[in-house]
Structure formats: C-alpha cells, structure tokens
Design a protein around this ligand. Sequence first.
Ligand SMILES: CC(C)(COP(=O)(O)OP(=O)(O)OC[C@H]1O[C@@H](n2cnc3c(N)ncnc32)[C@H](O)[C@@H]1OP(=O)(O)O)[C@@H](O)C(=O)NCCC(=O)NCCS
Length: 285
Amino acid sequence: MAADGKEIRVEQLSEGQLDALIEAQNRIFEDYIIQIRSSRQFFMDFLRSVGGDLREVIVSMDGDQIVGYVCPVIDGDEAWIGGLGVLPSHRRRGIGTRLMLAAEEKCRSKGVREVTLEVIEGNDLAKRFYEKLGYAGSRRYLTAEGRPARFEGFGQMPEPATQAEIVRMHARSYADTCWQKRTVHAIMSSARGAERYKVDGGFVLLRVVETNAFIPFLGVLPEKRRTGVATSLTRFALNRLWNLGAFKVTVYNVNEDLPTLRLLDMFDFKVTMKEIEMKKNMAGK
Ligand SMILES: CC(C)(COP(=O)(O)OP(=O)(O)OC[C@H]1O[C@@H](n2cnc3c(N)ncnc32)[C@H](O)[C@@H]1OP(=O)(O)O)[C@@H](O)C(=O)NCCC(=O)NCCS
C-alpha cells in the first residue's frame, strides 16, 4: 500500500470494474452518516434517474484496488457530484481532493460553468472538505416521513395523467429546485413505476414498494400557487396510498421554504434528514 497519496493513480473507471466499484462503495460508506448499501441494481438505477453515465465515473487506484471514486453527472453547462468517497484506510492523504479536482477538470473540459453537490447536515467533515475546495452552501433540502391517511373531498378530483403531461408540468413547476429533482431523467424514471395524476395546475406521482410509499414528485405550476392545489393533491395522494395499503410515506429533497414546511406540518410529516446544497462556479479557474 502506498504510504502517501502519491502512488495512487486517478483514472477513468474501466469496463469490467463495476463490481469492484460497488464493493468499494460499500466499504467507503460503512461509517457514513446514514446507512447506504450499494448493489449493481441500486447504482445503475440511481445513475439512470439522475441522467448519469458510468463512463464518467473516476476512480483512485492503489495497485489494482479501487480506494476511492467520484461520480460527476454532466448536463449541458451544469454538473452535479453524484457521490464521492475514499476508503477509511486511505483518507487524509489528498485522494478525495485529487478525485474532486479530476471531476472538475472533466466538467470544465465539457463546458460546465457550475458544479452542484449536496452534503447531509451533520457531515461536517465533508462540508469543510468541500469548502476548502471552494464550494459554498446555497440552500437546504429536507427528507420527511409521514403516514397515509383517509380523506374525503379533494377539491378538484385528480385524473390519471400521461407521461408527456407530467413531463411538461414538471419542467415548469420544478424549474427552481434541487438538481436531481429537476432533471428530466428523474421524472422519467420515477414516472415509469408510479401512479400519475393531474389537476388543472398541478400533478403528483406516487408509488408503493411493499408497505413503504413515496411521493417522488408533487408540483404546482407557478401561476397556480397559493390556491390550495398542493393541499388537495396531498390529501388525494395520502388517501390513495392508504387505499394501496402503505404504512409509511417518504418524501425526498423537498424545499425548505415556508409553504412546504406548512404543508409538511399540516399532514404531520416529520423531517428526518436535511441536506445542504453547495455550489462552485467553474468560470475563470
Ligand atoms: C470526505 C472524503 C471524501 C475526504 O477524502 P480524503 O481523501 O480524506 O480527503 P483529503 O485527504 O483530500 O482531505 C482534504 C482536506 O479536507 C479536510 N478533511 C478531510 N478529512 C478530514 C477529517 N477527518 N477531519 C478534518 N478535516 C478533514 C482537511 O482540510 C483536509 O486537508 P488536510 O489533510 O491537508 O488537513 C472522505 O472523508 C470520505 O470518503 N468520507 C466518507 C464519505 C463521504 O462523506 N463522502 C462525501 C459525501 S457528500
């Protein structure tokens, strides 16, 4: 094993290294702030949902062992870091920094002007690490959990929606939200396995996996906000999930703004995790 980070090679993930990458991820995240268990399916589904490409993954190699990786996801002139980590045995040797610099170099060479990433609140070490690299916090997102419930009367009764209708409404209602949630890949991959409903001015997607329910998207068009659309879509969704036999409902990456907090509170959802969005401008560096 290399005594410092110098003999560590930083290179593109090569074909045939996927299983080794998954194994490395599981060791990297063993002591992580939340539990993560990767698998081929988990990682490929994740990549698909954010529009990522396995060929963009960069790894650090100690001999023939993967000891770190970074997964940049490039979309036009923006990019997002969809995962970074170094094996516990190899930390504090500059490998994380080298991986990030290699990812930024790749982004820059493809015309990216801004890189975004998220850090779980409480992962202070990672936050400081990114600050040292020039990233600054921009806002926070929440994960929250609640329960399905019976409701009657939803105002405007939602109707099943086509994928194309959802994609159109998503583009307008999620324009200014978190990176993963506003990419068209995210909505396409969520919509595939979910029930889709629309009303005049908004839409909701819901899905049940065993007894866990998810509301991957609930969007209201800008001109229809503050008219009760979100409340009635939420009532409808929670009632539908009750009928589908779910016990628990999770929502990920919701904005931490007043209307959203009020909505969560109204339906007795509890915040379980906060994520800090951080950004770095690539111009002129
Ligand atoms: C965050 C992580 C990728 C950093 O990788 P690394 O190879 O240890 O990072 P580097 O050696 O390049 O560290 C660069 C700087 O970050 C800061 N830093 C990194 N680890 C630190 C620690 N344990 N305590 C304090 N500062 C730390 C230091 O300023 C360090 O510079 P220094 O060693 O000259 O003081 C690594 O700790 C990791 O994989 N953590 C678990 C997964 C994770 O949290 N990923 C990020 C998810 S958002």
